[in-house]
Design a protein around this ligand. Sequence first.
Ligand SMILES: [Zn+2]
Ligand SMILES: [Zn+2]
Length: 416
Amino acid sequence: MIKTFAQSWVEIGGSLQINWVLVNAWLQFASWGLFSVLLAEVLRDIYHALCHQVNWLAKWHNKHHMAYRRDLSVVSLKIYQESQLYHDILESSLLVVALTLTALIVPQRGLWLGVAYACTFLYGACVRYFQGKIDTDYNHLPGPLETIPSIWWVNRSYHWRHHFDDVNAYYSGVFPLVDKILGTALSLKGKTVALTGASGALGQALTAELVKCNAKVVALTTNPEKLAEQTGVKVITWQLGNEAELKESLQKIDILIINHGVNVYTSRTPDAINSSYEVNTFSALRLMDIFLATVTGPQAKATKEIWVNTSEAEVSPALSPLYELSKRALGDIVTLKRLDGNCIIRKLILGPFKSQLNPYGVMSARQVARVVLFLAKRDLRNIIVTINPLTYLLFPLKETSTWLYYRVFSRIAKSE
Ligand SMILES: [Zn+2]
Ligand SMILES: [Zn+2]
């Protein structure tokens, strides 16, 4: 029998309908499955954070911390096995129980994927404990830390900081979601933070906020007479062009914040051009290079950081052409330098705040400093604080496209 054209379409339509039902079911299964795996990780990280707050949980969890030396080599087989029993087996058993209960209460088959996922951890921990073999996961592999802490997932350098930088931070195991929520994705406690432009409005506000976070501050200034004495703050005087003299001081610094700048406003004289680039671009880059040369040693990549205040002028008008030009040049070269991955480099993209450079600023320097640290503790690498909504849209576009272009058309510097 010859089918009519209309009949064929009805048949195709019918089979498509059945397929859609199947596709729908699979999609539902997959999304619940994905959710349960994410839930497993979030629960694991919450349990980990609790282990560092609740004494009786800490007793068992500390076995994990006791098992590793600073280079992540294992102290002894006995201590390693104890850590498997009291930490890994206990933690993954609790996780299996919690996820099984969730899957029983919520009737979604996809949730059993999370249970299976948690069972793999329990199985691995049991094998390591009973076989008495040291077989650590990727994040605990011994040796120097060759990459900077990752932003999207937890790598060795990220987790190393939990063991040896601050045990009360960096709780996440796979996705750094819990750390981003808790503000534990970067710990400033005990860190030595140096900042230039320390006598300016933002410099002083940042200094006060950093001291509140228990950081030791080294105020680098060209105007020491403008700085009042403060506890927890060491003042070092420097001069433009003599950045190399700071080499010794920068050796002991964990985080360098480059925050100095000049604004020549409407001027366009040769002097104005020269000083804008010299202060805003080249002096900042010289300091970066000197600091980057101090990122040596097996664990330096995990803790050393540079923050550069490139300002909103990178993408938005600052009503000062030379300020924009010199800051954009700095911003672009920072993007280029980030490709080498020598240490974490954050950009501070700040809108107008009240300061000597800008007496008409809308935000206060104190508010800006607070938000900068709030976002830094959540490990944002591009910290945008402005009232201009366009910057939030334009900056990521500009940064991503420039990064991609520089990545394709530039090569890593090879040592001779
Ligand atoms: Zn660990
Ligand atoms: Zn821990």
